[in-house]
Design a protein around this ligand. Structure first.
Ligand code: SF4
Length: 382
């Protein structure tokens, strides 16, 4: 099983962000962490049989918290869950929120993977995004992380930004590969409803700075793959690249259907075919945390997935991986032949050049990766 721990605090909200995150006083942060630890303890009873293979502390900006808070959270997890000795333990960090003491606490807490949110190496693009840091701030944080001895580092990047050109994206990729992080995530910006970017770009009206058009966005995607491969990174998922041996275990677990438990506000879980999430309002969460039936009282949208839904999910998530899905694994999980269920779709997609089949493996082709939403939509079962 994997644990996801949500820290919903940020210094301020970025213009494109629809994650569950907000600024908060130190007092609120402390109250949240106390309740989060209660939640960790409360949840551990129900999942005693599970061994935890990875922990991901995400946000928000987990590095905004004092280092001792992170230490306390992970000590509670270590005391109450069966955590495998070689578990991958990641924390998300944003430049401008880090210091050496925090890094010492992370090491003491057993964190062995750092994920740094950079997005762009161009200060003007960072400003348009509403990020709190410059590229130099990132360089400083990156150096601090390395000096503190962390040898597994991810850098998050984002393409298709307002005003971004192919040449500025190329510069970002080249600057970052020169630093030799072990892992790079490179997603395209999505304009989400309810964000300042949606007001500016969601209406279809022309806005400044303009978003790259669809063709440029695809060119950026292909450029990413080419440049990162030239520098020794393999693409193991649609938007994730790693040097040999550094695929993210936590995310790969998610794409291959490993059970996960989410802790903290809004966190999603999927355990033994049951999907649910936690209360998403911070004040309500804090209030409910004093109830006797906490944490079960903060469960929401509990849903038992049918076998067909689990099959769909297996295909949607598994096809994101470069290595694709395996018919043998499908049979092992569902006791049914993948070709009996999806044979026609697989053949049709193969004919269109969108899937490659190397029995018993099925994976997206390059063209299929470009049209992944179209391909996935055919794996819905009626
Ligand atoms: S740092 Fe991340 S979570 Fe926080 S506001 Fe910006 S995009 Fe959202």
């Amino acid at each position: 099983m994997e644990l996801y721990i949500h820290i919903p605090f940020c210094e301020r909200k970025c213009a494109y962000c629809d994650f569950l995150s907000m600024p908060a006083t130190l007092q609120i942060q402390r109250a949240y962490v106390e309740k989060l630890i209660d939640e960790i303890i409360g949840e551990s009873g129900g999942v005693r049989a599970y061994e935890v293979t990875s922990i991901f502390i995400g946000g928000g900006t987990p590095s905004i918290l004092p280092g001792e808070y992170i230490l306390g959270i992970l000590q509670a997890a270590g005391d109450y869950f069966d955590i495998r000795k070689d578990a991958e333990v990641t924390i998300e960090i944003n430049p401008g929120t880090l210091d050496e003491h925090k890094l010492e606490c992370y090491r003491e807490a057993g964190i062995n993977r750092i994920s740094l949110g950079l997005q762009s190496a161009d200060d003007w693009e960072l400003k348009v995004l509403g990020r709190i840091h410059t590229y130099d701030d990132f360089l400083k944080s990156y150096q601090q992380v390395r000096l503190a001895g962390f040898s597994n580092v991810n850098v998050d990047l984002m393409s298709a930004l307002p005003g971004q050109t192919l040449s500025s994206w190329e510069k970002t990729l080249k600057k970052v590969t020169m630093l030799r992080p072990e892992h790079i995530s490179a997603y395209s910006l999505i304009i989400e409803e309810g964000t300042p970017f949606y007001e500016r770009y969601g209406t279809g009206e022309k806005a400044f700075p303009p978003l790259p058009d669809e063709d440029t966005e695809r060119e950026m995607y292909h450029m990413t793959k080419t440049i990162l491969e030239e520098h020794g990174y393999h693409r193991y998922e649609i938007s994730n690249y790693a040097r040999k041996g550094f695929d993210c275990r936590h995310n790969t677990g998610y794409w291959t259907g490993v059970d996960y438990l989410g802790l903290g506000i809004g966190a999603a879980s999927c355990i033994s075919g049951f999907r649910f999430k936690k209360e998403g309002n911070l004040n309500t969460y804090l209030e409910m945390a004093s109830r006797k039936d906490f944490p079960s009282c903060i469960y929401q949208d509990i849903q038992k997935l049918s076998v067909r839904e689990q099959m769909e999910e297996f295909m949607f998530l598994g096809l994101r991986l470069t290595e694709g899905v395996s018919g043998a694994e499908f049979h092992q999980r569902f006791g049914q032949n993948m070709w009996n269920i999806y044979g026609n779709v697989i053949e049709d997609m193969k004919q269109q050049g969108l899937l490659r089949v190397e029995y018993p493996i099925v994976a997206l082709t390059e063209k299929g990766t470009d049209l992944s939403n179209y391909v996935m939509s055919h794996f819905l079962l009626d």
